[in-house]
Structures are given as C-alpha cells and as structure tokens.
Design a protein around this ligand. Structure first.
Ligand code: NAP
Length: 302
C-alpha cells in the first residue's frame, strides 16, 4: 500500500471514515478547522497537519468531507488550501455533498496542477461512517476510481462508479430525494399511529420487517419514539441538500412536488431554531399542524 492519505473534515461523518482508514492500515494525516477535533484521531495513530496546504504536501490521496459547496471551495481552492500544496498526480476525493457544477469547476482547477479529482459523496449516516458500511457514489475517471478503490472500500460497502466527474453528486441528490421522502412517510405514519392510540413500539416492530421497512424507519424511528433529536444528520445540512436538489431540478425543468413541500416543512423548523437537530425531527412540523405529540412518555408507549 503505497498511498499516503490525508483527511480534511472530522465532523460527524469524517471522524468515523478517518478512523476506518487507520484501521485499514493507511498512513493518515488529518486536518480540521476546529483543531481540538483532531485529537482523537492523533491518539489513534494519525499525524496532524497545520493547514490543508501542509496536508496536501504530505498526501498522495486527499479526502475532503466538509459541510457545503463554499466549504469545499475554501479547503481546496482557498487561502492555504489544498491546491497550493498539491503535487502532480495527487488524487483528491471529495466525499461532501455539494453542487455537481462546482465539483466540475474544482476538478478543472486541480487538473491545471496535474492533480485528479473524484466526487464520492456518501450515504448511510453516522452509523455507516462508524461501521465502514457507507454507500459511495463515485464520479470521475475510471483509472482514478480503480486507484481509489482500496481507500473507498475501507470506508464503505457499496461503491458504485456512476460516470464522469459530477455524476456522483447528481446520484447523491437522487439519494436525498429518497431520504427526504422516507423521512416524511415515517413522520406521517407515526403521527397517524399516535392519533389512533396504537402502541408505537409494537407498530415499529410490525412494519419494519415488511414491505414498508426502511433504513429511516429502523434507525430513526426508535429515536423519534424516545424524542431524541440528537443529529445523525442535521436539519441544516438536510436543507442544504434539498436546496441543491431543487436548484438542479429547476435547471432540468423537472417538477419536485413532495421534495419542495418537505423543504418548506424543514424551513419552519429552522425558523423555530431547530436547525442543529437531526432530520428525523421533521415530525415536529407535523405535530404542530396536528397538535399531537408523538412518542415520549405518552400512554401509548408504556
Ligand atoms: P458536520 O458534523 O457538521 O461536520 C462538518 C465538517 O466540515 C467539520 O469538520 C467542519 O469543521 C468542517 N467545515 C465546515 N465548513 C468548513 C470550512 N469553511 N472550512 C473548513 N472546514 C469546514 O457534518 P457531517 O454530518 O460530518 O457532514 C459532512 C458532509 O457529509 C456534508 O456535506 C454532509 O451533507 C455529508 N453527509 C452527511 C451525512 C450524515 O448523516 N451526517 C450523511 C451523508 C453525507 P469544524 O469542526 O471546524 O466545524
């Protein structure tokens, strides 16, 4: 294994993904804007870089997993960014969910330095990042995808090369239409079950194993019943993704009926100050409309 890997962005997703790269035996250098977040990775055997440019000088494969499009631009193209230290032949893999068009522009800038880029957004939540079972949707050149495969396999289970640069991000937007829809279906179903006086725990058990079962139901349903709004994926980041979906759909001229409704329901929660809560808190928007509270210590759960 001759690649040295650099990892930028040790948030909810990045820290689990970086830990799995260490477990797989890759020499790893890490950088995070908030410096204290590197400590647990350094304790596990990673080296710490002082800036993205410092990290780039030490790495042949650089992975980024930061929040939004301007943040990827900042760490790659910004001051003391990756582009200032990148060597010809280096491969940059962006695992953030960002604009497909900007991805193509960043790839073009890196290509001027002789560096390669893949877009490789992920799905599977904080649990998937932790366990190394992410689905990874990859766009870019086939040869670089083959080169990246051992690194991607250390972080994920289902790795799909979709097509050219940007197609990974487009596929991730498809994924987010599905995620938002399943979150909405779960919220509406649990509200209905609560109003019907059903035992919600038993309802979840009954429907999770059948045709209506889903990742959302199995992983976030129990959290809703406990009224545990800690984020696997924050509402603010979910909104960033739905904004990307709606912008792309507008350009494509495709109507997005339920996605735009769900975007607006999440907006009411952001306006109420809940942007840092998990995206399963969507149910609170329906609770407000119905004046019903789901789960928690309601008699149906006891
Ligand atoms: P997060 O916990 O909020 O972490 C965001 C990371 O980005 C942090 O390390 C943060 O640094 C860094 N960052 C943000 N803006 C930056 C900037 N301008 N310059 C440098 N660093 C910056 O988010 P996350 O949940 O890990 O998500 C990361 C990416 O993965 C997002 O694109 C998200 O859409 C995607 N994703 C998330 C999930 C999920 O379930 N959470 C699933 C699939 C994909 P600080 O520590 O300094 O704040």
């Amino acid at each position: 294994m001759s690649e040295s890997v650099g990892f930028i962005g040790l948030g909810i997703m990045g820290r689990g993904m970086a830990r799995n790269l260490l477990r797989a035996g890759f020499p790893l250098t890490v950088w995070n804007r908030t410096a204290s977040r590197v400590e647990e990775l350094v304790a596990a055997g990673a080296a710490a870089a002082t800036t993205p440019v410092d990290l780039a000088a030490k790495s042949t494969i650089i992975i980024t997993c930061v929040s939004d499009t301007p943040d990827v631009e900042a760490v790659i193209l910004g001051e003391a960014g990756v582009i200032e230290g990148v060597q010809a032949g280096t491969l940059v893999i962006d695992c953030s969910t960002i604009s497909p068009q900007t991805t193509q522009q960043i790839a073009a800038r890196l290509a001027e330095k002789g560096a390669h880029m893949l877009d490789a957004p992920v799905s599977g939540g904080s649990e998937g990042a932790e366990r190394g079972t992410l689905s990874i949707m990859v766009g870019g050149d086939e040869q670089q995808v083959q080169r990246a495969m051992p690194v991607l396999q250390a972080m994920g289970k289902t790795i799909t090369h979709i097509g050219g640069i940007g197609t990974g991000q487009m596929t991730k937007l498809v994924n987010q239409i599905l995620v938002a829809g399943s979150m909405m279906a779960m919220a509406e179903a649990l509200l209905f079950a609560q109003a019907g006086g059903l035992n919600l725990q038993k309802v979840l058990e009954a429907v999770s194993g059948g045709a209506a079962g889903s990742w959302t139901l199995s992983n976030r349903g129990p959290q809703v019943l406990r009224r545990d709004w800690r984020p696997g994926f924050t509402i603010d980041l979910q909104q960033k993704d739905l904004r990307l979906v709606l912008q792309a759909a507008d350009q494509l001229g495709v109507p997005m009926l339920s996605t735009s409704m769900i975007f607006n329901l999440y907006r009411t929660l952001q306006a109420a100050g809940a942007g840092a809560e998990g995206n399963h808190a969507l149910i609170k928007a329906l609770e407000q409309l119905a004046r019903i509270e789901v789960g928690g210590s309601s008699p149906q759960d006891r």
